[in-house]
Write a protein that binds this ligand. Structure first.
Ligand code: GLP
Length: 260
């Protein structure tokens, strides 16, 4: 894993957006996997800025979102669908035909999940997957205990996740109890992965998934087995890493080599 430590949330977001923009410039037909949550908002802001000010072109990019709350329609104000259009898709030049987001209210959810996997395969797989991380180590909605080989499916949310996400719904009774999510196995097939984490409340889980054992109890720890992962942290999220000095040392050497 390549570990990059940035000063704060803004710098973390800038770094993630720059890496994504580079990939789009290299391959305008990039297939991009995308997360929701508060963490990626700054990255989306930066990408919108690059689109508006520097002409970053999304017209041929295809996107696949990680997850959606079960039972919520695409129009529901709390749906991830709505979030993505408000925060990102509605502000760049991407058409609805190039956007895929799991459907929370499909009458045949298992069939929907199978088709979602097929749709990813049909476009040649995900080139670059952006991820956040939940306080319990989940990526997408793969809660502790999720099989590291899991595929897109309906899952039951952990009580901790319901409590964490209650802030968006007003109170925790209103948070759906289940969700449709890409599996850990689905995510692991992406060619390149960038995980972003920010703030003190992510520090413990960040140290666990990077430096602890690979375990289904921390879904993000599966990323240790992936050949191309970049983790971008701010100082607060990085503060519990045992090998912090070593990661900084690597960054210094890389900067020297790049003549910065
Ligand atoms: C939700 C999403 C995850 C996201 C996590 C963290 O549970 N399903 O994909 O990584 O929240 O959210 P935040 O970035 O708000 O801490």
């Amino acid at each position: 894993m390549r570990i990059l430590i940035e000063k704060d949330y803004d710098a973390m977001s800038g770094r993630a957006a720059a890496l994504i923009a580079e990939e789009i410039e290299r391959n305008p037909r990039l297939v991009l996997g995308l997360p929701t949550g508060d963490t990626p908002v700054g990255t989306y802001e930066r990408l919108v800025h690059l689109h508006k000010e520097a002409g970053l072109d999304f017209s041929e990019v295809k996107t696949f979102n990680l997850d959606e709350y079960a039972g919520l329609s695409a129009e529901d104000p709390n749906s991830y669908n709505r979030f993505m259009w408000d925060v990102f898709f509605g502000r760049i030049n991407i058409g609805p035909a190039h956007v895929s987001i799991p459907k929370g209210d499909d009458p045949r959810p298992d069939e929907f999940c199978r088709r979602y996997e097929e749709k990813i395969k049909a476009v040649g797989g995900i080139d670059l997957q952006l991820l956040g991380i939940g306080g319990d180590g989940h990526i997408a909605f793969n809660e502790p205990g999720s099989s590291l080989g899991s595929r897109t499916r309906v899952v039951t949310l952990a009580k901790e996740t319901i409590a964490d996400n209650a802030r968006h719904f007003g109170k925790k009774e209103l948070v759906p109890r289940s969700a449709v999510t890409m599996g850990v196995g689905t995510i692991m097939e992406a060619r390149r992965i960038i995980l972003i984490a920010s703030g003190k409340k992510k520090a413990a889980v960040t140290a666990q998934f990077i430096e602890g054992p690979v375990t289904s109890m921390i879904a993000a720890s599966a990323l240790q087995l992936h050949p191309s992962v970049t983790v971008i942290l701010d100082e607060a999220a990085a503060c519990k890493l045992r090998r912090l000095d070593h990661y900084r040392w690597i960054m210094t050497l890389e900067e020297e080599r790049a003549g910065k």
